[in-house]
Design a protein around this ligand. Structure first.
Ligand code: ATP
Ligand code: MG
Length: 585
């Protein structure tokens, strides 16, 4: 590995929530983690009860729970008591409409305070919450609402008129549409939420759901194909809570910014639930990415823990290349990243720009919570996603053609990343896709569909999604390794690598590159990149071709869609594009 390990100091270790990894692993039990939550006397459990009621009962009512920053910089603050009261009102509104336990409440909203209130109020009411990206078009919205048999939609007037109204009558399950920005007279067939909230009582007794009651329905990102609806239950809060503490180092009083939109699982598990169960103040920015704005938020809000994603980090790196001022964020204690492999270059850039490294962690919509992480107290090997969390048992496995599963114990053996089921936030199913769900489990493992390696220190290294791995002249090539090497070149802002069919080698590696601001593509640069990759990776692994793009196709959650690059290159059908972000090519 060409990147030096980043050593943590004794004071890093002493101050981290998870101090000594081995001790934490040996002493951890999920039962004990469950014991840190309040629950109900009869063994019941409710996510919102843990996020709000428990905090208020513990005397945290006056503490800031949510600081919302509007697009126009307007700020709205909610203490734990105020957020609880709002969620209670929302639950009462649902109750008055006959919506309760098990009913499905969807939100189609930008990052507004109402989204957070709706999520928590829905859970309090014992109903099931599903967030949708507000940028989705009408079709993806409709498809997801059909799959989940939505009963209620919480949205804004503009989104309703633009994206829902035309087909609303055809969705038989949909009983109510609540509009968040309608002061009085609501359009036909809808209800103005604000006046209904104002009329509703501020007290509400959280519904005593059981740990196995369905709480959340989350759709996957659609990076590899049609999104799946993953079912999560209230028990998941045990994992949300404890992993926020171990993997994100959250502690009461932290000012925490999770940049993920609640339209995908990170923005809910770690953008709403985990920070609140941990007594943290969450910062929410309504606006889209803007390097200068982010710099200001981190500094002025005195963010202490920041959870973001590789795409955003790479965009910041891109902007920083032109304006390399240090971020000046003395309050920032811990920075973490998820969603895609984090290039070593980006981890180390953190040291230059922030004076501290990014901590990569790995999980999926299906796992409901962080499974593998670089912890605050642990040395970082840049490019590795870290080690399994306490309570999580991971392995690298191989499937034989007959379907038997064998664990690969040899360090750096390449295989599928697998987890032993048993953690509380594992999905309970793919809605209406039982066979697909069952296929994820074999030989006592949950199979993730990602390929990885584990080194002799127990660190995991992401290689690629099983679908994206390239087989060339007898080599298995992970796109991540090649992309990371391209990223080392000072001109490269982003890279994606795919395999293209080749009569001689089986597949050859092709790279797509987006350049940093102000740089122009040229034949000389193309050759330079090919030469750089060949020098670092050897001819067998290096790309045979590099193409320049203004941007790479990504999901709305910021994941590079390699399958789309490949389909376009080969003139094949592009498949489900419901999560594709609009592109500037
Ligand atoms: P779909 O399953 O619909 O194709 P998706 O897998 O992108 O979409 P998510 O559940 O949002 O949907 O993403 C989980 C996947 O993201 C993981 O399986 C992995 O491929 C990738 N991922 C997440 N975190 C990391 C990480 N730290 N390093 C590498 N890959 C990661
Ligand atoms: Mg997936």
């Amino acid at each position: 590995m060409p990147w030096a390990t980043l050593r943590k100091t004794p004071s890093d270790r002493a101050s981290a929530n998870l101090g000594d990894y081995e001790t934490a692993i040996a002493s951890f039990s999920w039962d004990q983690a469950r014991g840190e939550l309040a629950g109900f006397p009869d063994g019941g459990l409710n996510i919102a009860h843990e996020a709000l009621d428990r905090q208020v009962q513990a005397g945290r009512g006056a503490q800031l729970a949510l600081r919302w920053i509007g697009r126009d910089d307007a700020v709205r603050d909610f203490t734990y008591a105020q957020l609880t009261a709002q969620a209670n009102r929302f639950a009462n509104v649902l109750g008055s409409l006959g919506i309760g336990k098990g009913d499905r409440v969807y939100a189609l909203l930008g990052r507004t305070p109402e989204l957070y209130v709706a999520a928590l109020g829905t859970l309090k009411a014992g109903a099931v919450f599903t967030p949708l990206f507000s940028a989705f078009g009408p079709e993806p919205i409709r498809a997801r609402m059909e799959i989940g048999e939505a009963n209620v939609l919480v949205t804004s007037q503009a989104l309703y008129h633009r994206k829902v109204e035309a087909w609303r009558a055809e969705l038989g399950s949909l009983r109510q549409v609540l509009l968040t920005d309608c002061a009085a007279e609501a359009p036909a067939g809808t209800i103005a939420l604000a006046p209904a909230m104002a009329r509703a009582a501020e007290a509400f007794e959280t519904v005593r759901t059981g740990p196995e009651d369905m709480a959340l329905l989350h759709f996957t990102s659609g990076t590899t194909g049609k999104p799946k609806g993953a079912v999560h239950v209230h028990e998941a809060v045990v994992a949300h809570h404890i992993t926020g503490r171990t993997a994100l180092d959250l502690r009461p009083g932290d000012i925490y910014w999770c940049t993920a939109d609640p339209g995908w699982v990170t923005g809910t598990s770690y953008g709403i639930i985990s920070p609140l169960t941990n007594g943290v103040t969450l910062v929410v920015d309504e606006a889209e990415f803007d390097a200068e704005r982010w710099r200001t938020i981190l500094r002025e809000q005195k963010v202490t823990v920041w959870y973001t994603a590789p795409t955003a980090i790479r965009m910041l790196m891109r902007a920083w290349a032109q304006d390399p001022r240090p971020f000046g964020v003395p309050d920032l204690r811990f920075m973490a990243s998820v969603g895609e492999p984090l290039n070593p270059e980006a981890v180390v850039w953190g040291l230059q720009a922030f004076g501290r490294p990014f901590h990569d962690n790995w999980w999926q919509t299906e796992t409901g919570g962080i499974m593998i992480a670089n912890f605050a107290a642990m040395d970082i090997k840049p490019g590795s996603m870290g080690r399994p969390l306490p309570g999580v048992s991971a392995g690298i496995v191989e499937r034989s053609p007959e379907g038997d599963i064998r664990e690969l114990e040899t360090p750096m053996a390449l295989g599928e990343l697998a987890l032993r089921p048993g953690w509380p936030s594992i999905m309970r199913g793919y809605l209406h896709e039982e066979a697909r769900f069952r296929k994820c489990f074999a030989g006592g493992w949950y199979l993730t569909g990602d390929l990885a390696m584990r080194d002799s220190d127990g660190y995991y290294w992401f290689v690629g999604r099983a679908d994206d791995v390239i087989k060339s002249a007898g080599h298995l090539i992970g796109p991540f390794e090649v992309e990371s090497v391209l990223m080392e070149h000072p001109a490269v802002a982003e890279a994606a690598v795919i395999g293209l069919p080749d009569p001689v080698s089986g597949e050859v590696v092709k790279a797509y590159v987006a350049l940093k601001a102000g740089l122009d593509a040229s034949e000389a640069l193309r050759r330079e990149l090919l030469g750089h990759a060949r020098k670092r990776l050897g001819a067998a692994v290096a790309p045979k071709d590099v193409a320049f793009r203004l941007n790479l196709p990504k999901t709305r959650s910021g994941k590079i869609m390699r399958r789309l690059l490949k389909a376009r290159e080969l003139g094949l059908p592009e498949g489900d594009l419901s999560t594709l972000e609009s592109e500037e090519r």
